[in-house]
Design a binder for this molecule. Structure first.
Ligand code: NAD
Length: 699
């Protein structure tokens, strides 16, 4: 199969790329282009060639389904295809509509002429997966549009609308009507006027003061790219377009690309890119399962989470009802939502009339009568089973048959909540993260009886509200919070053992975490963990807490809940968010050590990072083994999108894979020897031991 269609008429050969969804440059597509170009070359009746894609995409670049397979590098490679086109004796015109990205743009740059229409999206996004354009993009784009604009596109990876590029040399002609008809007419004009073939490789890049320019660029790019090597390598490659002849520049690009490709950062970012796509697939569900239609949503509770969740749906243009028990609470929630839209307008991020239209999709109510017709209800009320029971019994009574009933609970048993209704198959967890309109992560909790079409619907809804959704089974804390318990627990234990709050946060922030565990606790509220511990103690009075848990309790007993109370593990100036060291905390820790007869010892940064991160890995392995997570990469996604894990390390599971599971296993065994308490997080997960022994990895 060749994935192209060929048609020659009136002297013009049209090669249509046809590899849905976005004309990824698969081996079959590349082979098809080569065969068709040769056919056109050989046909004396053909005097020009038009290369065109679908309405959706000229080409979105490499075919991700071929990543890591032999087909990706098999001849004809993208380089060979571009060479064939560029050296063709007949003019080749790229007709660009829809997405024209990565290898797709490089293919277009190999053509002699380019025409486009408004609304096409042009980009070289390789830097976003830790790479640089490797199909000649770094050499041809600067030659065509100039150093500075090319550098901007290559280093940022951002998409530029064709409309903004219409007066640049990227396009030889801009068409307001039908792309194909316009491209054919342009091709005929090129032939009639006997226009010389414009080979981008033959153009020269110039700059009046290249040395100063590149010094400035390197300073600027270096300052923002920190742990990511690709942006600076992009600069190196583009500089080669200026300083070297074309073929040497191409070699420099190839070498730089190869270098990045084998690096840890690009490996991690590629993993992230693929994992995000994988995460939306629900295992064990037939592809024939159709989602339910969601045209309206009802939210119960207009507090911190309810209001944030409502904003997501309003932004997606979905009519939303929001319910509270008291007018005052309802007004507060609605004000929060309106303030959000107002601030978007003030910041120039949204037109006033659009904000008005979207905000008007909200219907505040005190009555469940307004829930009779919603397609989906999302509960975000207080976190107690008794309140959830009332709400779900009511929803069961008032919502129409087939409506999805979702809970935003972060700690309660979803199966119990589902059992409050006579339709547990329609009940699902939607665990948003705070602030719900900002955080990209959504844990979708699959109850024992949740129907397949409900899950498929939620995954689709998640895309509509621009969330990255990951499926989790039912367990304490679901995937993310269950893993964080051991991570935070180890942090407090090391505090007890002799480290300081600043030292622990510093070590983990240097590792790349967006925030150390104590700064995170202060932000989320230390009282959350305190109340969970109190709940567990009430239910299981026999449970033996480690002494470190007492230390965390004592902090809360002093009212130090975190930022919201002006103090926690740090202190905060009135209204400020900067975490300031607090001698009162050092004194609290010191007194605690005394009380428990603990002698402080020196703790290294390596130990801090290993104990916190390997606690995540060990629990992650257990979660995987229990089938709570569908795949290791889902855990990585949760940690990167929900917990500030550094993307360039690819998530805790990929990080462990990269270190080598046997060495992670050995370290965990060592920690287990030092902590044989009943609550130790270091009981090695059997899956980790098995994979390590078999020389395998999580991912
Ligand atoms: P919140 O206290 O800010 O808001 C809860 C709201 O629910 C209040 O406005 C309250 O008036 C309202 N409410 C209470 N009972 C009600 C009832 N019977 N009917 C209608 N409204 C009722 O709490 P929150 O932080 O928004 O948390 C809500 C839920 O989201 C909880 O289940 C919580 O575990 C979960 N959650 C919270 C976070 C977070 O970081 N805050 C993160 C994820 C999930």
């Amino acid at each position: 199969m060749n994935n192209t269609h060929y048609e020659a008429k009136d002297g013009i050969a049209v090669i249509r790329l046809d590899n849905p969804p976005v004309n990824g440059l698969s081996h079959a597509l590349r082979s098809g282009i080569v065969a068709d170009v040769k056919r056109a070359e050989a046909d004396a009746a053909v005097s020009a060639i038009v290369l065109i894609g679908s309405d959706k995409a000229f080409s979105g670049g490499a075919d991700i389904r071929e990543f890591g397979t032999a087909a990706a590098g098999a001849e004809p490679t993208l380089h060979s295809v571009i060479n064939l086109i560029e050296t063709s004796s007949k003019p080749v015109i790229a007709a660009i509509g829809g997405a024209c990205m990565g290898g797709g743009l490089e293919l277009a740059l190999g053509c002699h002429f380019r025409v486009s229409v408004p609304g096409a999206q042009i980009a070289l996004p390789e830097v976003k997966i830790g790479l640089l354009p490797g199909g000649g993009g770094t050499q041809r784009l600067p030659r065509l549009i100039g150093l500075e604009p090319a550098l901007n596109m290559i280093v940022s990876g951002n998409t530029v609308p064709s409309d903004l590029l219409r007066f640049t040399p990227l396009f030889d002609h801009f068409i307001e009507g039908d792309l194909l008809a316009g491209a054919i007419a342009f091709a005929k004009q090129v032939v009639a006027e006997k226009r010389p073939l414009k080979r981008v490789r033959d153009l020269k890049v110039t700059h009046p003061r290249p040395a100063a320019f590149f010094m400035f660029v390197r300073n600027a790019v270096g300052a923002v790219s920190k742990n990511y090597p690709a942006p600076l390598k992009c600069v190196d490659a583009v500089e080669a377009a200026l300083t070297k002849p074309f073929e040497e520049g191409m070699k420099a690009e190839r070498d730089l690309f190869a270098n990045l490709y084998v690096g840890e950062e690009s490996r991690a970012l590629r993993h992230l890119f693929l994992s995000e796509r994988k995460a939306s697939k629900v295992e064990g569900v037939s592809p024939d399962v159709k989602p339910r239609a969601i045209q309206s949503v009802g939210i119960i509770g207009a507090g911190t989470m309810g209001a944030g969740i409502a904003i997501n749906f309003l932004l997606a243009g979905i009519p939303t009802v929001i319910l509270e028990t008291k007018q005052e609470a309802l007004d507060r929630g609605v004000k929060h939502i309106n303030d959000f839209f107002e601030s978007r307008v003030k910041k120039g991020k949204m037109k006033a009339d659009k904000a008005k239209t979207l905000a008007a999709l909200l219907k505040p109510t005190l009555s469940y009568d307004d829930f009779a017709n919603v397609d989906m209800a999302i509960e975000a009320v207080f976190e107690t089973m008794a309140v959830k029971k009332t709400v779900f019994e009511t929803l069961d009574r008032v919502c129409k048959s087939g409506a999805i009933l979702a809970s935003n609970t972060s700690t309660l048993d979803l199966n119990k909540i589902a059992a409050f209704t006579k339709r547990p198959q329609d009940v699902v967890g939607m665990h948003f993260f705070s602030p719900a309109n900002v955080m990209k992560l959504l844990e979708v909790i699959r109850g024992a009886k949740t129907a397949d079409d409900v899950l498929v619907t939620i995954m689709q809804v998640a895309k509509k509200i621009k969330k990255t959704a990951v499926i989790s089974g039912v367990c304490d804390g679901f995937i993310g919070n269950r893993m964080i318990a051991g991570y935070s627990g180890e942090a407090v234990k090391m505090l007890e053992e002799g480290a300081t709050v600043q030292q622990i946060d510093g070590a983990l922030e240097k590792f790349g975490m967006a925030m150390g565990p104590f700064r995170m606790g202060d932000l989320a509220g230390n009282d959350i963990g305190w109340s969970i511990r109190k709940g567990i103690s009430a239910e299981h009075p026999e449970y033996q807490w480690p002494s470190a848990a007492r230390l965390a309790d004592k902090l809360c007993e002093q009212g130090r809940f975190g930022q919201k109370t002006g103090s926690g593990w740090y202190r905060y100036e009135k209204g400020g968010r900067a975490a300031l060291a607090d001698p009162a905390v050092d004194a609290l820790v010191e007194a605690h050590r005394k009380e428990h007869g603990l002698t402080a010892r020196k703790i290294s940064s390596t130990e801090i990072v290993q104990r916190c991160i390997f606690a995540l890995v060990n629990e992650g392995a257990r979660i995987l083994e229990e089938g709570i997570a569908q795949r290791a990469s889902d855990i990585d996604i949760i940690y990167i999108f929900g917990y500030g894990f550094p993307p360039y390390r690819g998530g805790p599971m990929l990080y462990a894979d990269a270190l080598g599971l046997p060495s992670v296993q050995r370290a965990i065994e060592g920690f287990a020897r030092n902590d044989q308490s009943a609550q130790s997080v270091w009981r090695p997960a059997p899956l980790l031991a098995t994979l390590a022994a078999e020389g395998k990895t999580f991912n």
